[in-house]
Structure formats: structure tokens, C-alpha cells
Design a protein around this ligand. Structure first.
Ligand code: COA
Ligand code: AMP
Length: 636
């Protein structure tokens, strides 16, 4: 057999016989009721996997492993250089604590189908909270700790939770993030009234509780009776995870139970090449999809040990932190974002800190969240001497669209490419007319043929029409990924850029439109635009351009300072919005469309052409001048 034959045979089979293929892959999952139909296409384009089946995702992640002899194996290792704490939980201990927490949640009247928001830092209780909801069949929605109260309020109004689970604070290097006041403010801002909150008090910043509404976590759990797993439909939602849309209204990506369990079990074995019983580390955050799939559900469903790391790649305490964690816990693989490796490379370019640690168990590094830039991949490759796998996916997809399936067959790695499509993914590159591009290497919009495989979004929460409009309307029969790139002669996919107004900051997805909405709400601002400018460490950072209202006479720095603060207050520190440039006008087409692409090229110092459709070419000089005044002289 030639290299790639094994992968190609699996991929081909998954497309030719999707029902047969996925029925086989469903075998590692425990179902309390078998499915009637593997793929229900009766409501297309709303596809449902494993229709009629029932299961419980928490049972698959915990209870069954205890029943089958993994009770004393570590399920979760919490390693927190930010608090100097480490703690290991066996499968039995985690199951017992989750069952008690589920009891506390149920005691507040939460039942199957109710929504629960989780706004928590990277502590074991956050994982327990997710699993406890899954245990009851309640739908959780985790909100990343770096979002501000306003973002939390938007999510409260969209999914209308019965309960919020939170901790008194999060810990960032050099600063405590007080979650509780943010939650209190969010509850005030939201139209939907949250009836109950359970608050975990961290000693670093205990919070005051609202009488009659807030319960102390430890007291609630101590008083609770453990709860068993409630069977749910395979097609019932396990969670809602919000991601940036084109406006301030985020999209609530829905994830089902059955298809997700199957896809995660498959990917742990065949994409990540991890065996049950081995230690696996995903250095992301439970607030992101990567954290949902590969800190929490994937490794636990697979019977592996997962590491929960409350720290950073650098500064906690140094750029050897990742090597320390891998070596201390004997991790076989790590999954993180390229930006984390750029941060390590910047601090320790020779990788000298690695020499202190034994990485003999470490087999593979997986990168995703943004394009794996070749210099970073080459650096990591040279330093670690293991395969560095770039793989591509999105909040919507729940698991990888493309990757190198090292547990099935390692394919040659091509720098700059995220390798080949996962089973069930038929990827095409389309031209502006929506026609398939057959010439290898030609760039176009990347789209996936419907139906998408199990684990991917069946719809958006309470927004079927928006789901169709956002993803399915542009290219009939396809899911629009929003990314552009090309496929080479060997079928390798390269993802180059977004085609919409989404930018990628340190592996975090942000909408420039959403930041523009905030800037536009400032009193001094007549018009604005936000672009993502290239950044050596974070990949991209947002930069604002402001046209001030006539008659504004305040010093421009004041306005800039205020809009920067406004974005931090409304969206959160995660937006990493640090600067804005004041310009007399914005370059536009004759129909009034702001020429953000050209502005971005100028800011990045890339070659650019004067757009034929530009209304007034002199507006470009304003951009160049504004960038120079704001200290972007070299690039502009
Ligand atoms: N709660 C509150 N604030 C948070 C936060 C959280 N959970 N996470 C980040 N922030 C804050 C940071 O403190 C920072 O605030 P500042 O502007 O006051 O300094 C801001 O949000 C931006 O954070 P980030 O862009 O993450 O920068 P950083 O300096 O904290 O860390 C990296 C830089 C590269 C180490 C970090 O971004 C990283 O590890 N990224 C990997 C991302 C990832 O895992 N993505 C998931 C896909 S795999
Ligand atoms: P998110 O939904 O936050 O996970 O962001 C998904 C987006 O991140 C994708 O649509 C891509 O634009 C980008 N992305 C993720 N992984 C990769 C990758 N390996 N290569 C290129 N872009 C990526």
C-alpha cells in the first residue's frame, strides 16, 4: 500500500456510504436506545444524525469508565501555575462530584432542555459544571471569562438560562478578574431575568452574594443528593456556544449529543492518535469550542486523562511552562494555537528551557485556531523532533474539517497546509459564481458538501432561518466555511484567510463589525472602520479608523483612549483593541462600501492597487497619513 492509501480508503468510504461508516464509528459509544436512522435527511437542509437513539453524554464521559475498571485512573489533572495548585481527580471522584453538583442544580428546578450559563475560569469546577448539566440533559452555554458583562447579557437574553454557574473570580497574570460584579451587571442589563446563580467562592477574591438569588457552591453541593444520568435524544442539544457573527448579535452554535460523541471518540483515536488510559493535553480554555471538545468531552469519552491548565505559555513562570507540564504529567500529545508557540519562541528562541525536561512520552503537537505559519511550525519541528500537525476547524464544526490523521496513518506534512479532509467532509473550492474550481492551487471560497458529518452544527439556537442564510444560502448544496484557500494536486487543503469581517486575534475569533458597532456608539464618532493588522505574536490585532463628527475639538488622544476603554467595557479584554487612528474620511467605493481590504494591505505594508471602484482616490492618502501620525509610519 502506498502512503495515504489507508486514509484515502477511509475517507472515500465515509463519503460513499456515510450511514454505514458512521454506524460503525458509533460502536465505542454507549446508547440507551439504538437509532432508527443513522442520517435523517427528511428535514434537509437540517440533517440529524442517529435519529431516534438515546444516550447520555456524561454517562459516556464518566460513569461507564468507572463501571468498566477505570475508576482509579486519573480523569482530570488540574495544573495551575497561576494559583500554585495541582490536583488530580480519578474517574470515580469526578463522577461522584459531578453527580452531587447535578443534584444541586436539579434542586433548583433545572430539568432536561433547560439552559444553564457557565461563566467560569479554568478550574475543575468548570468541567464539573459542564458535565453536571450534560448529566441532567440540561443545555449548557459556557461564556469565556474574557468577555465583558454586555456580551454575557446578550447571551443570557438569547438562550434564557434558568441558572448561571460562576466563580467569584478568574486569575490573569498580575490581575484578578472579578467575575461576580460582571455577572451582576449582566443580569441587570439583560431583559431575561436569571432566577438563580450558584457561585464558587475563590479565596483570591470572594464575592458578595445576592440574597434569595445566589447560592454558595460548596454549601449547595454539600446539601445535594447525587443524581444519575438522564437519557436524552441523540439529536437533543448538549450545548450552545456563541461565536462572532457579523453584527453585535453572536451566533448560538448548537451541538447535539449523539453525533458529537461519535465524532469525538473517532477523532481522539484516529486524528490525535491517543489511546484510552493515556494522558492528553489541550491548552485552550473551556470557553472555546476547542476546550469543549478536547479539554472536556473528547478525552473523557475516550477514557484518556485530560489536563486542565490554568496558566499561560509564557510568564507562568517562564517559556518552559509547556515543557514542564508535558514532562510532569507524561502527556503524549498537546493541542494548542500557533500564537502560544510564537510567544514561547519569542521568549526562548533557542529553546534552552526545554533541556530541563523529559519529553520522552510526547509524540505529537497539534495546532489550530489560526493558520499554522511555516516559520513557527519549522521552529517547533526542529525543537521538539515530533510531527507538528496543523488542523483546521471552527466553532460550528465541533471537530476538525481537515487534519493529518496520525492515529490512522501519518501523511507527509506540507508546511502551510492543514492537510486533508476528515471523514465525512467533502471540501470544494468555489469561484465567485459558486462554481467548483478544479485547477489545483487556485484560491477561492472553501465550502463543504452537505450533509456535514456528525458532531457539526445542526442549526443555530432559535434561529433556523439565520442558520440557512449565514451558511447555506450562498452556495446551494454546500456549507459555506467563511474561509478562503486552495486545494493542491495531492488533495491537501490550505486555508489562507477569512472572506468575511472575522479576524483572528491570538487564536480568538472576533468580528470587526461588532467592534465597529461599539466605536460608532461613541459621541465623537461620525464614521468608523476596523481592520485586522498583522501582528508577529497574535497573528492579527484589531485597529480602528475613526472619522470624527464636525465640531469635535477635544484632543484626539482623548477620543482614542475612550473608544479603547469602551470596547474593553462592552466586548471585553479578549478583543485586544488597543488603538485607533483618526482620519478625515474613509476610502469607499462609489456605492459607499468601505474599502477595508485596501486599508488592511496599506497598514500591513503589502503591495496594493488603487481599486477601480474607489470614489475618491485622495481618501487613500488620508489613511496613509493617519497611520503615519499614529506611529505606523514604517508599514504605511
Ligand atoms: N478572563 C479574563 N481576561 C482574559 C482571559 C480570561 N479567561 N483570557 C485572556 N484575558 C485577557 C488577557 O489578560 C488580556 O488582557 P490585557 O489586554 O489586559 O492584557 C486580553 O484578554 C487578551 O488576551 P490574549 O490575547 O489571550 O493575550 P494574553 O497576553 O493573555 O496571552 C497568549 C497571549 C498567546 C499566551 C494567549 O492568547 C494564548 O495562549 N492563546 C492561545 C489561544 C487558544 O488557546 N485559542 C483556542 C484555539 S486553540
Ligand atoms: P473559531 O470558530 O473561533 O474556532 O475560529 C474558526 C476560524 O479560525 C476558522 O474559520 C479559520 O478562519 C480559523 N482557523 C482555525 N484553524 C485554522 C487553521 N488550522 N488554519 C487556518 N485557519 C484556521
Amino acid at each position: 500500500m502506498a502512503i495515504g492509501d489507508k486514509y484515502r480508503a477511509v475517507h472515500r468510504r465515509s463519503l460513499e456510504d456515510p450511514e454505514g461508516f458512521w454506524a460503525e464509528q458509533a460502536a465505542p459509544i454507549d446508547w440507551s436506545k439504538p437509532w432508527d436512522k443513522v442520517l435523517d435527511a427528511s428535514q434537509a437542509p437540517f440533517y440529524r444524525w442517529f435519529a431516534g437513539a438515546e444516550l447520555n453524554t456524561c454517562y459516556n464521559a464518566l460513569d461507564r469508565h468507572v463501571q468498566r475498571g477505570r475508576g482509579e485512573q486519573a480523569a482530570l489533572i488540574y495544573d495551575s501555575p497561576l494559583t500554585n495548585r495541582k490536583k488530580s481527580f480519578t474517574y470515580r471522584a469526578l463522577r461522584d462530584q459531578v453527580a452531587k453538583l447535578a443534584g444541586a442544580i436539579a434542586a433548583l428546578g433545572v430539568v432536561k432542555g433547560d439552559r444553564v450559563i457557565i461563566y467560569m475560569p479554568m478550574i475543575p469546577e468548570a468541567v464539573m459544571a459542564m458535565l453536571a448539566c450534560a448529566r441532567l440533559g440540561a443545555i449548557h452555554s459556557v461564556v469565556f471569562g474574557g468577555f465583558a458583562a454586555n456580551e454575557l447579557a446578550t447571551r443570557i437574553d438569547d438562550c434564557m438560562p434558568k441558572l448561571v454557574l460562576t466563580a467569584s473570580c478568574g486569575i490573569e497574570p498580575g490581575r484578578i478578574v472579578k467575575y461576580k460584579p460582571l455577572l451582576d451587571l449582566a443580569i441587570t442589563l439583560a431583559k431575561h431575568k436569571v432566577e438563580r446563580c450558584i457561585v464558587l467562592q475563590r479565596w483570591q477574591e470572594p464575592a458578595s452574594l445576592v440574597k434569595g438569588r445566589d447560592l454558595d457552591w460548596n454549601e449547595a453541593v454539600a446539601a445535594a443528593e447525587p443524581r444519575g444520568c438522564v437519557p436524552v435524544k441523540a439529536t437533543d442539544p448538549l450545548y450552545i456556544l456563541y461565536t462572532s457573527g457579523t453584527t453585535g448579535q453572536p451566533k448560538g452554535v448548537v451541538r447535539d449529543n449523539g453525533g458529537y460523541c461519535v465524532a469525538l471518540a473517532w477523532s481522539m483515536q484516529y486524528l490525535y492518535g491517543v489511546n484510552p488510559g493515556e494522558v492528553w493535553w489541550c491548552a485552550s480554555d473551556v470557553g472555546w469550542v476547542v476546550g469543549h471538545s478536547y479539554i472536556v468531552y473528547g478525552p473523557l469519552i475516550h477514557g484518556a486523562t485530560t489536563i486542565l491548565y490554568e496558566g499561560k505559555p509564557v510568564g507562568t513562570p517562564d517559556a518552559g511552562a509547556f515543557w514542564r507540564v508535558i514532562s510532569e504529567h507524561k502527556a503524549t500529545a498537546l493541542f494548542t494555537a500557533p500564537t502560544a508557540f510564537r510567544a514561547i519562541k519569542k521568549e526562548d528562541p533557542e529553546g534552552g528551557l526545554l533541556k530541563q525536561y523529559d519529553l520522552s512520552k510526547f509524540r505529537t503537537l497539534f495546532l489550530a485556531g489560526e493558520r499554522g505559519d511555516p516559520p513557527t511550525i519549522e521552529w517547533a519541528q526542529k525543537l521538539l523532533g515530533v510531527p507538528i500537525v496543523d488542523h483546521w476547524w471552527q466553532t460550528e464544526t465541533g471537530w476538525a474539517i481537515c487534519g493529518n490523521f496520525v492515529g490512522l496513518e501519518s501523511m507527509p506534512i506540507k508546511l502551510g497546509s492543514c492537510s486533508v479532509p476528515a471523514p465525512g467532509w467533502q471540501i470544494d473550492v468555489l469561484d465567485e459564481q459558486g462554481q467548483r474550481i478544479t485547477k489545483p492551487g487556485e484560491v477561492g471560497a472553501i465550502a463543504a458538501k452537505l450533509p456535514l458529518p456528525p458532531g457539526t452544527l445542526p442549526t443555530l439556537w432559535n434561529a433556523d432561518e439565520r442558520f440557512k442564510q449565514a451558511y447555506l444560502a450562498d452556495y446551494p448544496g454546500y456549507y459555506k466555511t467563511g474561509d478562503a484557500g486552495f486545494i493542491d494536486q495531492d488533495g491537501y487543503v490550505s486555508v489562507m484567510t477569512r472572506v468575511d469581517d472575522v479576524i483572528n486575534v491570538a487564536g480568538h475569533r472576533l468580528s470587526t463589525g461588532q467592534i465597529e458597532e461599539v466605536l460608532g456608539s461613541h459621541n465623537d464618532v461620525a464614521e468608523c472602520a476596523v481592520i485586522g493588522v498583522a501582528d508577529e505574536l497574535k497573528g492579527q490585532v484589531p485597529l480602528g479608523f475613526l472619522v470624527l463628527k464636525a465640531g469635535v475639538t477635544r484632543p484626539p488622544e482623548e477620543t482614542v483612549r475612550e473608544v479603547v476603554q469602551l470596547v474593553r467595557d462592552r466586548i471585553g479584554p479578549v478583543a485586544f483593541f488597543k488603538n485607533a487612528v483618526i482620519v478625515p474620511r474613509l476610502p469607499k467605493t462609489r456605492s459607499g462600501k468601505i474599502l477595508r481590504g485596501t486599508m488592511q494591505k496599506i497598514a500591513d505594508g503589502q503591495p496594493w492597487n488603487m481599486p477601480a471602484t474607489i470614489d475618491d482616490p485622495a481618501a487613500i492618502d488620508d489613511i496613509t497619513g493617519g497611520l503615519k501620525t499614529a506611529g505606523y509610519a514604517e508599514k504605511a
